[in-house]
Design a binder for this molecule. Structure first.
Ligand SMILES: *Cc1c(COP(=O)(O)O)cnc(C)c1O
Length: 372
């Protein structure tokens, strides 16, 4: 046995199995104008009302924030017709996704997510000590039958991003209902609606009715996407009283900043700003999709604020070569090899100027000499 002084602290099992989340690139050294289309941020920026509310908090930085995020929960409750007691705010919805795993998953327990589902779910399950279980997808879309087939007596939580990142695909609400109906009552279903505001499909619902009518469904939402407040880290969830109680027991007592509380409350009240961002996306999403298809590439049909573009294998025109070429032109997109999609790029719907720059650079890449 080694002497004691040579020992060192060892993380719990599972922690070292985590591959740390790698965010989209945010800059290009030495490039001129840069178009960042790698993190699904809104080209419209935040509501001016949110920025003004943020500035007003500057005078109170020495004081702890309201640990219950009362003003923000009230603003969310007003907008969605909810009881504020059923809402918990988080430092981004990522924090809530993790807290749900910490509260409901432990060693020996399983958490399910779909094959190309958002990677934070895997990290949350492993960090809680649980075992991640991956359900295969069909057509890059979560498959309700496959998820239900993956359920065992050890299943504690199922995460579904609807629509999903990075695929942009979604489950129609009848399918979400069928998933819920097939789950044992002791399994928590987490519906991650990070892109809900962008969806125009008639058969889509973020799932609020399901949350309010059951004891085992939670919906998470974020201020990072359509509200343009990613830097402030603001998210929220609505769920059954017992789940809200559990999360409130384990969350940090001051998990949101005063700035986040104030800016979030102002942002959710600015419905015109949200509508403008949704309209910009509804205009550009089909245009971008069709234009890329016109260049001969496959694009997965998306209902979010991004598209998944598939490249031909090899011949110097694959996703890695495209990524390098686009980066050289100041257009930053997201490689998604870590999602099991080695030959695709995820591209955010940006400003008109950014979208045009992307399309021009992509056309040059495909027409030019083969790379790599
Ligand atoms: C961006 C994103 C989130 C939001 O994360 P925040 O922590 O709120 O910034 C959540 N889920 C999915 C699927 C996302 O793509």
């Amino acid at each position: 046995r080694r002497p004691r002084w040579r020992e060192r602290p060892t993380p719990r099992p599972g922690v070292l199995a985590i591959e740390a989340y790698v965010p989209g690139k945010s800059g290009v050294p030495g490039a001129g104008k840069v178009y960042k289309l790698s993190s699904n941020e809104t080209p419209l920026g935040p509501s001016p009302a949110a920025v003004a509310a943020l500035r007003e908090t500057a005078g109170g930085l020495a004081l702890y924030p309201d640990g219950s995020s009362t003003a923000l929960r009230a603003a969310i409750a007003r907008k969605f017709g909810l009881d504020p007691e059923r809402i918990v705010c988080g430092a981004g919805s990522d924090e809530l996704l993790s807290l749900l795993a910490y509260a409901y998953v432990g060693p020996g327990d399983e958490g399910i997510y779909a094959e190309h589902g958002f990677l934070v779910y895997r990290i949350a399950i492993l960090a809680a000590g649980g075992t991640p279980v991956v359900a295969p997808e069909r057509d890059l879309t979560a498959d309700v039958d496959a998820i239900l087939a993956a359920v065992t007596p050890r299943t504690r939580i199922v995460y579904v991003a609807n629509p999903n990142n990075p695929t942009g695909t979604y489950l129609p609400f009848p399918e979400v209902r069928r998933l819920h109906a097939g789950l044992p009552a002791n399994v928590l279903l987490v519906l991650d609606g990070a892109y809900a505001e962008y969806v125009r499909a008639n058969d889509y619902s973020a799932g609020l009715d399901l949350v309010l009518g059951s004891e085992n469904v939670v919906m998470t939402r974020t201020f990072s996407k359509i509200h343009g407040l990613a830097a402030l880290r603001i998210g929220w969830m609505v769920g059954p009283a017992a789940v809200v109680d559990a999360v409130n027991r384990i969350r940090g007592p001051f998990n949101l900043s005063s700035a986040g509380i104030a800016a979030g409350a102002a942002a959710i009240a600015d419905e015109a700003h949200v509508a403008a961002a949704a309209a910009h996306n509804a205009d550009w999403l089909p245009r971008l999709t069709e234009a890329v298809r016109g260049l001969g590439l496959t694009v997965t049909p998306s209902v979010g604020n991004f598209i998944l573009v598939h490249f031909p294998d090899g011949a110097g025109r694959d996703a890695a070569a495209a990524d390098a070429f686009l980066t050289g032109r100041g257009v930053i997109t997201r490689r998604v090899a870590s999602y099991g999609l080695p030959n695709a790029l995820r591209v955010t719907v940006g400003s008109a100027e950014a979208n045009e720059a992307f399309l021009a650079a992509l056309g040059d890449f495909l027409r030019g000499p083969a790379h790599g």
